[in-house]
Design a protein around this ligand. Sequence first.
Ligand code: ZN
Length: 293
Amino acid sequence: MTRGARFTAAAVAALLLAAPVAAPATERLRVSWHPKRPHPGDVAWVHVAGAGEAAAIEGSLGPRSLTFFPYAGGQAAVVGIDLETKPGALPWRLAVLESGLEPHSLGGRLTVHERAFAVQRLTLPPGMVDPDPETERRAMAEGERLATLYRTITPARLWRGGFVRPVAGREPATGFGARRVINGQPRSPHSGADYAAPRGTPVVAVNSGRVALVGDFFFPGRLVALDHGLGVYTLYFHLDSVAVVDGEMVERGQVLGTVGSTGRATGPHLHFGAVVGTARVDPAALLKLDLRE
Ligand SMILES: [Zn+2]
């Protein structure tokens, strides 16, 4: 039986009256995930080709919702694979709404592969590890303030092109995802990466964005958080000095402050963090993000 034989005469007449005839959405839409084999800590992105820039696309990967932006003739969304994601298949779903076309939904699975993280043993003064109740309440409130910030999704993309290092040099940052044992006690994993640098070294914005928070918190010390839009945040902790103010728009490479050892730090270094849609991701993955525009 040919494909056409399944249509009734009335359906064929209706198709002929509806001009131009759009191809079925399943044939138009091409969904590609990058990287194809993600690991915990990766910044993944999905490209939907064949949907117009005016199409409204909603979607999710596992528990995380996707915010789309125009990209390469179609639309794309970035999504963080949190550093504590268990290896295995994550379901994804997309719904494409385009005026004049039938709403269309599609889905599949993206498999997260295992990544081994180092174990880091640290010895710190007890007062910095087990703070008194008042300090602990303060640290909890500060952590909640950051968590609230990460849940705030600016719907526009404020970054463009590639991301640059926050400090000059070639030495890679270390310690992302390390399972930390402090004074013999297991603690939450290290959610950023550390750059060793002398006090006073300039710290720059890794891409354009808006200063979302300037603070002086118990664990992070003097800090700057940048909002790059679409749920992408970068964090700069333990600063000696801060050169920007809340709400300021910054350009890629603009000086935010200088390296220091404020907060819980064993010596001068930059703790650099990256969050995508509340997922704690490897800053190195953000710096390698292969979106070309
Ligand atoms: Zn750190």
